[in-house]
Ligand binder design. Structure first.
Ligand code: TEU
Ligand code: CA
Length: 557
């Protein structure tokens, strides 16, 4: 079954912990999602990607799973999940599950067995290695959450690999039994009626034989040799053949460390592996100020860099693979704060401009909860207010081992820490933004009284209304879905201009990513003169010859 229904779909990501709390314990839950499905139907999205809701000790907010076929107590029960699935389907909304199979929780029964002894039948389910001759870890691989990626277990006299936290041991995909178990579990979910998988760090499942060290001074992603490993395509093809090809799914692989050339295999339109991947080049920071401390001290790409990167992916994958389009998710800062301007004056304009820039490209757009409201970074001042293991570990490591002043480190975390995106959804102007009647697990952004869903849903000029329009266009405008992408004036410092062309139909997208009014070059002016009309714009009118601050406008032929 290889019907590409997702080509004109828009996906909405829910981070359940922060979406809606139904019972006052301060934690979002499945019942809360159930209550808000009508809101998502109103927005018009086609698919929900649900971050993990499985049984988990919650070391990494559910990305550490102890039972793939059960639900986390905080979130409810399997009956609650089934009700959400049923109601979503009745509203024509599909549900895509997060599939986290590079690692499990250390509390998963496989790992509990695995660490009992070397001859336990589950031992080879994980990546164990003997100490080197000095008793040290077998290589210098680092965890993506700081520190060594190896943890010693006395009872077996070996280290196990954890690319993320110590409570997230990596599975050994070279063991065929592991693959069988994972495929069986996926089949169980598909038979239940779910509609797809977002596959967590799937580009990391095949490790290089001998686990050689990567480049020096690398971090957990770049210094290990675990991304795009030698058997990755063998395993994905096997998964496709045994599971994916039997259902009418949407699949997206989260693929750190994969470039556009490599992506053509993962997301080939022949349907042999996955439907699309998430790539991270455009959110990995500016080359003008490279990071020295993991992701922490970098800066966001400038508009010309972003444009060049998008253009590369659009052109390289044209006709052979499919793109996913995103600016934010639960691991990234809020896009309006990072790439736009979250001041009172420009927040709405720049949020709409960024949405225009992204949604008119070729690929499947992903909207992260709250993005449709123009939610901003939280900028929490105090490390005690943060909950994310990545930020907490980095704070410790950078302030103690690297002696960076606490104030500087807080600056990093305020800019790119993951909790910026994880503060609760702002539903209305009541206490805690209407997210909970209790104490939220992570504080609500202070701006909830002005930025919230209730204030926007019925306002035709809101960011919400703009996203609603963009999503509706994706369903009806075939140029937006299938048109070929070309960049115009590629060296302009402020204007990002591109066309989408299908037969004799064309769209011209113009975005000004700056707070300065800028003149429109003559060649673009001439082109505009012949346009049939305007499809969407973030100002009420046009001003001849210029683009105003953060203006976005789409002309159509
Ligand atoms: O994230 C891993 C990942 O590659 C990135 O999103 C990474 O955090 C980012 O590039 C840093 O800037 C996935 C999940 O999305 C994340 O929430 C989990 O913590 C992680 O895997 C482990 O499961
Ligand atoms: Ca709750």
């Amino acid at each position: 079954m290889n019907e590409k229904w997702w080509k004109n779909a828009v996906v909405y990501q829910i981070y359940p912990r922060s979406f809606k709390d139904s019972n006052g314990d301060g934690i979002g839950d499945l019942e809360g999602i159930y209550e808000k499905l009508d809101y998502l139907a109103e927005l018009g999205i086609d698919v929900i990607w649900m971050s993990p809701v499985y049984k988990s000790p919650n070391d990494d907010n559910g990305y550490d799973i102890s039972d793939y076929q059960d639900i986390m107590d905080d979130f409810g029960t399997m009956d609650d999940f089934d009700r959400v699935l049923k109601k979503a389907h009745s509203l024509n909304i599909k549900i895509m599950m997060d599939l986290v199979v590079n690692h499990t929780s250390d509390e998963h029964k496989w790992f509990i067995e695995s660490k009992k002894s070397k001859d336990n039948p589950y031992h080879d389910y994980y990546m164990w290695a003997d100490p080197d001759k000095n008793g040290n870890p077998p290589n210098r691989w680092e965890s993506c959450f700081s520190g060594s990626a190896w943890e010693y277990v006395e009872s077996v006299g070996q280290f196990y690999l954890h690319s993320f936290s110590r409570k997230q041991p990596d599975l050994n995909w070279d063991n065929p039994k592991v693959r069988e178990e994972v495929f069986k579990m996926m089949t169980w979910w598909c038979d239940k009626g779910i509609d797809g998988f977002r596959m967590d760090v799937i580009s990391m499942i095949s490790k290089y034989p001998g686990l050689p060290d990567g480049p020096e001074n690398g971090n957990g992603y770049t210094g290990n040799t675990s991304c795009d490993g030698p058997n990755i395509h063998k395993y994905l093809r096997e998964m496709n053949e045994k599971v994916l090809s039997k259902y009418r799914l949407i699949t997206v692989g989260e693929c750190p460390g994969v470039n556009a050339e490599q992506a053509k295999k993962y997301a080939n339109i022949d349907g042999s592996e996955l439907d699309m991947i998430f790539q991270f080049e455009h959110v990995s920071g500016s080359a003008l100020k490279p990071c020295h401390h993991g992701k922490w001290d970098g800066e966001a790409m400038t508009m010309p860099e972003l444009r060049a990167n998008f253009t590369k992916w659009q052109k390289d994958l044209e006709g052979c693979a499919w793109n996913s389009l995103f600016l934010s998710n639960h691991d990234q800062p809020r896009c309006v704060s990072r790439f736009g301007n979250d001041s009172e004056q420009y927040r709405e304009l720049s949020a709409k401009m960024l949405a225009t820039m992204t949604h008119f490209q070729k690929g499947t757009p992903y909207v992260y909860q709250g993005e449709e409201l123009g939610m901003t970074n939280a900028y929490m001042e105090n490390i005690a207010d943060y909950r994310d293991i990545e930020s907490l570990n980095a704070y410790k490591e950078l302030t103690t081992k690297e002696n960076i002043p606490a104030k500087t480190v807080m600056g990093y975390i305020k800019a790119v820490g993951r909790d910026n995106a994880r503060t609760p959804m702002q539903w209305d102007a009541s206490d805690n933004g209407g997210f909970t009647s209790g104490t939220p697990w992570l504080q609500v952004n202070k701006n909830y009284k002005t930025i919230n869903a209730a204030a926007q849903v019925n306002d035709p000029d809101s960011v919400f209304a703009y996203y609603k329009k963009l999503i509706a266009l994706r369903h009806t405008n075939e140029v937006m879905v299938n048109g070929v992408y070309d960049v115009l004036i590629p060296d302009h410092p402020q204007i990002y201009a591109y066309t989408r062309t299908l037969g004799d139909k064309q769209l011209l997208v113009l975005c000004n990513d700056s707070e300065k009014e800028v003149g429109v070059p003559a060649e673009i002016e001439e082109k505009i003169a012949g346009a049939q009309g305007i499809l969407i714009q973030n100002y009420k009118d046009v001003k001849a010859g210029v683009l105003r601050p953060y203006e976005a406008v789409v002309y159509a032929w």
